[in-house]
Design a protein around this ligand. Structure first.
Ligand code: DAT
Ligand code: MG
Length: 153
């Protein structure tokens, strides 16, 4: 299928635990192309927009507190079927249900501290919406990956 961009973020627990490099490496090794990256702290307003679909749920306030509690590393990755492939590499929402070999299955234990966010591929357009929420167009870089001809038929 076609090349697309997806939004990915190392959450505050992943940053504090020193997992940025490990997580970036996994996507690089897979062959995905990094087109944007930003080390930042999410404020209350951005947290509410980003997690708007969960507003009113019992875990919402705790989720907002957590995601605003420290720096995150926000990224945009590009490649064939990138949104779905990133979600597969992340594992399930609950690390306890995530297979070893996935990011949440290797680095997480608890649902509320699951290390990474990635756009939901089942939610049509979530990738584009989240990229727009976190990045200006000028912060996304168009470049040619020299190994692309060996990654794609
Ligand atoms: P995902 O991050 O896999 O897309 P989601 O969009 O359903 O999962 O939920 C967003 C985050 O909210 C999730 O990463 C962890 C937290 N969360 C979800 N369901 C929860 C629950 N039942 N209790 C506590 N936290 C929850
Ligand atoms: Mg989600």
């Amino acid at each position: 299928s076609d090349s697309e961009r997806t939004f990915v973020m190392v959450k505050p627990d992943g940053v504090q635990r020193g997992l940025i490099g490990e997580i970036v490496s996994r996507f690089e090794d897979r062959g995905l192309k990094l087109v944007g990256g930003k080390f930042m702290q999410i404020d209350e307003e951005l947290a509410h927009e980003h997690y708007g679909e969960h507003e009113g749920k019992p875990f919402f306030d705790g989720l907002v507190d957590f995601i605003t509690s420290g720096p995150v590393f926000a990224m945009v990755w590009e490649g064939q079927d990138a949104t779905r492939q990133v979600r597969r590499m992340m594992g399930e929402t609950d690390p306890a249900d995530s297979a070893p070999g996935t990011i949440r299955g290797d680095f997480g234990l608890d649902l509320g501290r699951n290390v990474i966010h990635g756009s939901d591929h089942a939610d049509e357009g979530a990738n584009e919406r989240e990229i727009d929420l976190f990045f200006d167009d000028a912060e996304l870089v168009d470049w040619d990956q020299i190994d692309a001809e060996w990654l794609y038929e």
